[in-house]
Ligand binder design. Sequence first.
Ligand code: PXP
Length: 252
Amino acid sequence: MSKIRLGVNIDHVATVRNARGAAYPDPVRAAEMALAAGADGITAHLREDRRHISDADIDALAAITRRRGRPLNLEMAATPEMEAIALAHLPHAACLVPERREEVTTEGGLDVVRGHNQIAPVIGRLAAAGIRVSCFVEPDPAQIAAARECGAAVVELHTGAWCDAARERSPDAAALLAKLRAAAAQAAGLGLEVHAGHGIDYETVKPIAAIPELVELNIGHFLIGEAIFIGLGPAIQRMRALMDEARSVRAA
Ligand code: PXP
């Protein structure tokens, strides 16, 4: 099986910075370290309320990823404001996510089935500008089919429910993992590139990374938390090694 890409989400470096309104820790420095440690790309979510990543962070992240020739994946709501920002920066990829002000994190996937008429034109305009657009969806056959119909090139499967169930040793875990596997196969069969993310840690990464259709995982909160104890570089290297083990890829 081929190597799976790792996108490191650095949002929560900005969460810590913003807790004190200080200039540090700097998510741009974290992005530089992540790339040096083996991340294939950087993911950042510019939320409507700017609770972590700021507009200035996106300016700087777009500049450093471009300079290094590495992909920036901009997570964004499908709103006119975010569309304008994406079109101004032209990141390699944009991942359309649902956003509710009161949520702590992205809860659930985008409802592409109900949002088709709003989402399809946004995807069309972003794709016309050369941005690779993905929809962050639950592993649900109807949502995956709708993402394809809306013109997305990629779906990112929400792994949160399975990760929670696996950590809690819930009896539902096996069925949730089977759902992710089936969703990945369905999406790849439709010609979509398949990514996955949300809630992944050292314990849950291997069964996910072993799903053969997946080409990219996006991981943030756990890595930033682990960085407190062992440093960001070592945390990313360990995650990378587990992903490679799941695919039986020899370390380079
Ligand atoms: N993928 C998407 C689309 C997300 O919204 C998030 C959370 O921002 C992640 C991946 C990363 O999730 P986590 O921070 O739980 O690793």
